[in-house]
Design a protein around this ligand. Structure first.
Ligand code: ADP
Length: 662
């Protein structure tokens, strides 16, 4: 996710105006007639039932040994989940890219000559973990528990991981991602992880995938291999002149990446940071023009150009309004919006700079004119209007942005273009986020060797100089942005300490006032042996926290998808989340969800207030103390859920096929 120099003020209530008629001009051929329905299931209230006295079998179970012998919550069902995942990825029946959109099955054909299937890498064999006793208290501290524990079902042990799916034969595609971020070389937020993981998934399915990025001076060059000049004299028209660029090629962990380096006194990408500058809109408008120019001049005609967020949303506009006339008619564009809070608002100058000109044409409300500020152009809106398909990063967020006032003014545009709009939940890259092979944690572990997690917990405590005791560790990892629920986070720190937990926070903000606020908090809690706040960005430390913490807090105001809860699940760290966006789509409350027991994987609250937060966090901490074996089963459920790119990768391919066939 990216910062935007023109933060958009959110009105208290955003009126959702649904235009009575679609705009007269639809500049791009729109996908067909399939109506799209974004499913929304209202959170279900499960009646509170008090179990008969002494009915909780786990209360009678010994905290540890019994654990190893009694199969727990929903193990069989996870096996069937795996089977379901396999079915979804294995045949034309899974071809609908999104609920409600019917997509014809992909024809069986030989790969096109342009496609060079990527070699499939086999992950390094997991290092055996040292099995140790879990560090749950033998006699837990008496913490009253507010809700009854769910009764687990005995079940047979399933295979720990879903079997690899067999994918249908389909024509290979040439796909180019154009993006401002990609992990680990240029990472600010989840967008970076998405490009890294999705591009890999598309490549291992036999597609030819390339990625175009700006050549920032602060790229993690230690992750780029064989970097070399590949296109020396790329002249990119800019205002009345042109800027000379060099294009480099290099591999980032097998991904084929092109880096565009402009040589001009603007120093667009030599500023030590990815975002945070007054001219960010111009910087990325330039990058968009340069990327399109590069594709054109290098004679690349991808089947699919996949753009990300407002920073590259100008590309479909340029392709249709400029490059199509030059003969570049082949590519179809998919735009993924990772966060509607940042849209890239700017003035007419951008049209002159990029060579689009014709302000009267582009300021039309059916094109780029912002829906709220009539004198502003809105790049993200342009991306929605001109792309062949628009996705956001979870079905719930797609619904919230179109129908629940979360679109930051773009609701009418989403309604107009609803036929080509939907949500796909992000995956995480299991080559990177996987406790079985993670080189950044001291002891590797998996669902069948879960005790290794407690060694990581000890290592985390040692690293952060926390007391070694029987307490659970409640963690937060994320940007310190109001979106992430900072006031609730602050409350949660004190609440957790009061309830006998330890707290670890890793986060930073580009806003110095927010950072200073958390530095103040850090100083206040400095003497506590149970609390460590790390203000900064530290990828390596984040791995240790995911592995060592027991509970991960994600109390967001809004959350398009959220990767922290997905990564936490993979590491058996129980998420406590607010029920919004992708959090609602991926975390199911242990006590109140309408999902089957084996799918429940965390704690969820609805209301953005202190009692709401406490209702979930309190239950999580209480379960840890009072029902360690239940907590452990919850960890296993979490670790078994498949949030890899397997399913979303197939969803994106279905979308690509759909827009190619139109
Ligand atoms: P967003 O995209 O809104 O920032 P996500 O939850 O989608 O949030 O993705 C956040 C990603 O960035 C995760 O991979 C998380 O681990 C990582 N991250 C966020 N803040 C930090 C930090 N301070 N140090 C290390 N990693 C961080």
């Amino acid at each position: 996710m990216a910062a935007d120099p023109t933060p958009i003020e959110v009105p208290v209530e955003v009126p959702v105006e649904v235009p009575s008629e679609p705009p007269e001009e639809m500049p791009i051929e729109l996908p067909g007639e399939a109506p799209m329905e974004i499913p929304f299931e209202a959170p279900m209230e499960v009646p509170f039932e008090v179990p008969p006295e002494g009915s909780d079998p786990l209360e009678q179970a010994a905290a540890t040994e019994a654990q190893a012998q009694v199969p727990g919550l929903g193990e069989v069902v996870i096996g069937s989940l795996a089977a379901e995942a396999q079915t979804q990825g294995s045949g034309p029946a899974a071809a609908s890219p999104l609920p409600g959109v019917e997509v014809p099955p992909a024809p069986v054909a030989e790969p096109r000559p342009s496609a060079e299937p990527e070699a499939v890498e086999t992950p390094e064999a997991p290092t055996p973990a040292t099995a140790t006793e879990p560090s749950f208290p033998a006699e837990p501290e008496p913490v009253p528990e507010s809700v009854p524990e769910a009764i687990p079902e005995a079940a047979a042990e399933p295979p720990p991981h879903p079997a690899p799916p067999s994918w249908p034969h389909r024509p290979s595609l040439f796909i180019v991602h154009i993006t401002p971020e990609m992990a680990p070389v240029a990472k600010v937020g989840g967008l970076a992880d998405v490009v890294f993981g999705l591009s890999r998934e598309l490549a291992i399915r036999g597609n030819h995938v390339e990625i175009i990025l700006p050549k920032y001076d602060n790229l993690r060059y230690d992750h780029i291999f064989e970097l070399h000049e590949i296109y020396r004299d790329l002249w990119v028209p800019w205002y009345e002149g042109a800027i000379h660029c060099t294009v480099y090629f290099g591999f980032v962990h097998d991904r084929k990446c092109f880096f565009i380096e402009p040589h001009s006194q603007d120093n667009f990408f030599n500023r030590g940071a990815v975002y945070g500058f007054k001219d960010d809109v111009m910087r990325f408008a330039f990058f968009s023009r340069a990327a399109a120019e590069f594709l054109w001049k290098a004679g690349k005609h991808p089947d699919i150009i996949h753009c990300h967020d407002w920073q590259t949303a100008l590309i479909p506009v340029l392709l249709f309004e400029m490059f199509k006339g030059l003969g570049m008619t082949h590519p179809r564009v998919c735009l993924t919006i990772h966060n509607f809070a940042h849209q890239g608002l700017t003035g007419t100058d951008l049209l002159r700079a990029t060579g689009l000109h014709r302000p009267e044409y582009f300021f039309d409300p059916t094109r780029l004119r912002d829906n709220r500020y009539v004198n502003a152009l809105n790049l993200l809106k342009g991306g929605i209007v001109y792309s062949n398909f628009v996705t956001t990063v979870s079905p719930r967020y797609a619904f919230e942005t179109k129908d629940q006032g979360q679109g930051f003014g773009l609701e009418p545009t989403l309604h107009t273009h609803h036929m080509k709009y939907g949500g796909v939940v992000n995956g995480i890259d299991y080559d990177v986020w996987n406790p079985e092979i993670d080189p950044l944690i001291p002891v590797r572990y998996g669902v069948d060797r879960i005790d290794g997690k407690y060694d990581n917990k000890r290592a985390l405590r040692h690293r952060l100089m926390l007391a070694d005791n029987q307490k659970p560790i409640v963690a937060f990892i994320g940007r310190l942005d109001p979106q992430k629920g900072l006031d609730l986070l602050r409350h949660a720190i004190f609440y957790s300490l009061e309830r006998g937990a330890q707290v670890v926070l890793l986060g930073s903000s580009p806003d110095p006032r927010i950072n200073e606020d958390f530095w103040g908090l850090k100083r206040m809690l400095n003497d506590s042996p149970d609390c460590h706040l790390e203000i900064g960005f530290d990828e390596e430390l984040s791995h240790l926290i995911y592995a060592g913490a027991d509970i991960m807090l994600v109390p967001s105001r809004f959350e398009p998808c959220g990767l922290t809860q997905l990564i936490s699940l993979r590491y058996g760290t129980i998420p406590v989340v607010r029920s919004v966006g992708g959090l609602a789509d991926t975390v199911f409350d242990k006590d109140y969800s309408h999902h089957p027991l084996h799918e429940r994987n965390g704690y969820v609250f609805q209301d953005y207030d202190h009692p709401g937060l406490e209702s979930a966090l309190g239950r999580a901490i209480a379960c840890y103390f009072n029902h360690p074996d239940h907590f452990r089963e919850l960890m296993k459920n979490a670790m078994r859920t498949d949030y890899s790119w397997n399913i979303p990768g197939q969803d994106y391919l279905n979308i690509y096929d759909y827009i190619r066939d139109k």
